[in-house]
Design a protein around this ligand. Sequence first.
Ligand SMILES: [Zn+2]
Ligand SMILES: [Zn+2]
Ligand SMILES: [Zn+2]
Length: 342
Amino acid sequence: MPYNELRKDYLLDRWVVIAKERSKRPTDLAKARPEAAKSAACPLCVGNEHMTPPAVLLLQSVDGEVKRGHDPPEGQRPTNWLVRTIPNMYPAFTHPQRSEDALKIFSTADFGYAIGLHEVVVESPIHEEGPADASLPQLELVIESYIDRFRALAAKSYVKYISIFRNYGLEAGASLSHAHSQIIATPMIPTMIKEEKQAADNYQKEQGRCVFCDIIEREVKTQRLIMENEDFAVIAPYASINPMEFWILPKRHAPNIGNLTPEEVKSLAATLKSSLKALKDLVNDPPYNYGIHQTIEEGYHWHLEVYPKLSTWAGFEKSTGVYINTVTPESAAEALKKAIKP
Ligand SMILES: [Zn+2]
Ligand SMILES: [Zn+2]
Ligand SMILES: [Zn+2]
């Protein structure tokens, strides 16, 4: 009988049982997916621009070139967009009602409501064109929209963190099936990122090096490497809490995506597409979430974490914060690596 391994996250004080004993092959996880209910009119589709708040950023195709713009406050809204970023219609965090100057003297909790911003990045005019299927130039525009909004939101005095994430599939919480990501700017640094940052700071103090740079250096030599290129490494993390979880880590040390070079944007699009396409092919287009971990200030190493939704957390996980993962990161990496198309 093989023993299960108890592993701790690289940084977080978070434990996972890698259940070798009842381990599953990645392909065992493939199952039929429930169809998203097709609503009569998708508010994110071309022609329905009037159904949403006005866009704060439009990447438009004008005479064969990509131009930046936004919706006019009144009147006809452009329909020739390639990527459209709009305020969320049901925001979790809302724009402050007072001036930014007034915000400086109050702690944000004094306001009694969640101040911040919540936006939706409509990734394509084509309803179902997510990153696994989009063309690379299209995906580059999505990443450019992330960068553009990151910069704009980071400049606001009350914004302490900018979460860029994607929910894909009903079971992963996507209420709209049109390809989209979301951006939430918060007035505090979320606990998980704070803990990662604290642990990384401690490592830096003790070892004199960045822990993420060290993770990349070590993991590319292990069975947990999925793919790498000049700019990025994709790994199945040592203590993955989700079956088939993988992280995309930039090789260039930078706190956030704000200063990605045009080459890095291209490279990130290619890396994101190949890894998500491999996941889609391998386990029948599973629901997943991804999120970018980054900080506005220096002293961190941004990365993108992908959490496929292939298992259900139950009593033990919910009541202890300790997880059981039935696919070893090593077998997840091996399967994803094989599924990647060059
Ligand atoms: Zn649509
Ligand atoms: Zn680093
Ligand atoms: Zn992280």
